[in-house]
Design a protein around this ligand. Structure first.
Ligand code: ZN
Length: 312
């Protein structure tokens, strides 16, 4: 049965995913400048009298924007393939990675055209997110008639690992919830986790220029010095930014939850959970205070509790 299904999926390999695509705008300097500003890329080749576009903008020239493409959109074959996967229960989708090759620089005035094909459908794979199939599309981008580059884009269509729990009670879901992922501890950040074990949040400090840095890194971003010591964070901070995670569902977490980018009083920022306030009450600028939360018998994590009254 499964082989039959996979054979049906494989039959889509080589079929078109998008045909006759035309870039909405010619390659142009304002879009190049906006991209460079957003990326913080100050390379001189992308500015000045005769700029080229950053190669990684390749896909940007093919995008339809909010209004979409009048043509060059998704093909029937691609829609059919996704519908086939949806129908078999692989209803969730996550973009996993992309690969690009660059064949020719793009310059202001270049007219972009593109086609895309369904390059491959993987065998059925089980990942931490769930079980499903990787679908890779390959887009060939041209400037005028010349090949300019290739953009491969891979998605996973999957059955969420936690889905079967939907019929159970919230309590049984919590009891059977997998443990949270373990932090990756290596020689560059071991000191941080040793600090956490002693309920101290340690920030690295460059011994030469005294610049604070977080997360932990082997060297100083400001001066390159490899020597460092630490300062202990006082524990005061504010929410610099945040996102509320709804999707994709990770079985170890109970959605939705707020992930905060917390600016510590010392000036560095760290990503952590904001606790003590409902996820929809987290706000930028909200004062928070460090505490250490025992997640399970092996893991304690620094988290940030919203200050008294912040919840409104
Ligand atoms: Zn330094």
């Amino acid at each position: 049965m499964r082989e039959d299904f996979y054979t049906r999926l494989k039959a889509y390999e080589g079929r078109e995913a998008a045909v006759g695509g035309v870039g909405k705008d010619l390659v142009n300097e304002p879009m190049i400048r906006h991209w460079c500003e957003a990326m913080g890329d100050t390379h001189p080749a992308y500015a000045g009298a005769d700029p080229v576009a950053p190669p990684t903008m390749l896909q940007a020239w093919t995008m339809g924007g909010l209004s979409g493409h009048g043509h060059g959109g998704r093909s029937e074959a691609y829609d059919e393939l996704l519908a086939l996967l949806d129908g078999a229960g692989y209803t969730s989708v996550v973009a996993t990675d992309c690969e690009q090759e660059y064949l020719r620089p793009l310059r202001p005035g270049d007219r972009i055209t593109f086609d895309a094909m369904i390059e491959s459908v993987s065998e059925r794979k089980t990942t931490k997110l769930g079980t499903g199939y990787f679908v890779t599309t390959r887009m060939d981008v041209r400037a005028g008639d010349e090949p300019a580059g290739t953009h491969r884009f891979r998605i996973l269509k999957y059955v969420p690992a936690g889905q079967r729990r939907r019929n159970g009670t919230a309590e049984s879901a919590a009891a059977s919830r997998p443990k949270r992922p373990r932090p990756v501890v290596n020689r560059d950040n071991a000191g941080f986790w040793e600090g956490v074990a002693r309920h101290r949040l340690l920030i690295q400090r460059c011994e030469k220029c005294r610049t604070l840095r977080f997360p932990w890194l082997p060297g100083c971003n400001a001066c390159g010095c490899l020597e460092w010591d630490t300062v202990e964070a006082a524990g005061e901070g504010t929410v610099y930014s945040y996102v509320v995670m709804h999707h994709p569902p990770f079985p170890a977490f109970e959605q939705p939850y707020a992930v905060g980018l917390v600016e510590l009083a010392e000036g560095v920022r760290m990503i952590s959970n904001v606790v003590g306030v409902p996820h929809d009450r987290v706000r930028i600028g909200m004062p928070v205070r460090l505490e250490f939360k025992r997640v399970d018998e092996e893991l304690e994590l620094p988290v940030f509790r919203a200050a008294e009254g912040s919840g409104g």
